[in-house]
Design a protein around this ligand. Structure first.
Ligand SMILES: C[S@@+](CC[C@H](N)C(=O)[O-])C[C@H]1O[C@@H](n2cnc3c(N)ncnc32)[C@H](O)[C@@H]1O
Length: 244
């Protein structure tokens, strides 16, 4: 993990857990793995995908390098580790799932490690959340102004890395079938504190000082009404299988 933004989330673990969206059922189902499957949630964060996987599969191991995030994972085995050095034996899982994280990895090394820990015929699922429309009701301009005022110069978040797609290149080299792509709609329903937490958990704002983050939180609280916010999302789901 050489990119500072890749390591930014631990400092905002509670905001991350409170504010970030979860994942639709389709992420767990896309690979067609049976209920007795043993799967890995790679870069599990606070366990937002882990908890979905636990409800579908017999054994889920969550690997996450950041201690502050990993301690928030419940109901699954957890291990400290990275995508480039997965702390599992060769051929030990039926599926590897990775949510909102592959763009931070050294992709060729991560793909080689995923191929190593998967059993022949095992599945890989890589997913990202993207906005699929405006939040309802629309965020007031005053709140948008607060965000822009605190945005670090040049900050573009991790989304451009997802869209650049270079993270996919490693799969073409490895022992994998061609990647398949589909989307699954879902909705993120938040109260105002959760919506503020989500903004503060975005990688660029996560790198601000604690003082500036708390200033930003206070300013957002002043301009945002207390209510329910509904944001349409689509999960972008990439999947493949390790050849036998
Ligand atoms: C945006 S969070 C996603 C967390 C979780 N999968 C989710 O869906 O909420 C990105 C995660 O990738 C982890 N991460 C960053 N670089 C990593 C690497 N090289 N290997 C493993 N995890 C990494 C971070 O610690 C963080 O937990």
């Amino acid at each position: 993990m050489t990119e500072p933004r890749a390591r930014s989330f631990g400092a905002v673990a509670e905001d991350y857990e409170r504010g970030r969206p979860g994942w639709p059922d389709r992420v767990a189902g896309v690979a067609g793995l049976p209920p007795d499957a043993e799967v890995l949630d790679l870069a599990a964060g606070t366990g937002k995908l882990t908890r979905l996987l636990v409800s579908h599969f017999a054994r889920v191991v969550a690997v996450e390098p950041d201690d502050a995030l990993r301690v928030l994972i419940r109901d699954a085995e957890t291990l400290a580790g990275t995508a480039e050095e997965i702390p599992l034996p060769d051929g030990s899982v039926d599926g590897v799932f990775c949510a909102e994280a592959f763009h931070w990895f050294d992709a060729p090394r991560a793909v080689a490690e995923i191929a190593r820990v998967l059993r022949p015929g095992g599945s890989v699922v890589v997913c990202f959340n993207d906005g699929a429309g405006e939040t309802e009701p629309r965020w007031p301009d005053e709140a948008r102004a607060v965000i822009e005022r605190h945005r670090p110069p040049g900050e573009v978040g991790g989304r451009h890395l997802v869209e650049a797609g270079t993270w996919r290149d490693g799969f073409a080299e490895g022992p994998f079938e061609p990647l398949r792509f589909e989307t699954a709609p879902h909705e993120h329903v938040q109260n105002t504190e959760e919506a503020i937490a989500q903004i503060l958990s975005i990688s660029g704002f996560a790198l601000l000082s604690e003082t500036e983050r708390e200033e930003m939180r206070a300013e957002l609280r002043m301009v945002l009404p207390r209510q329910t916010w509904r944001t349409p999302l689509q999960a972008e789901i990439w999947s493949t299988r390790r050849r036998d």
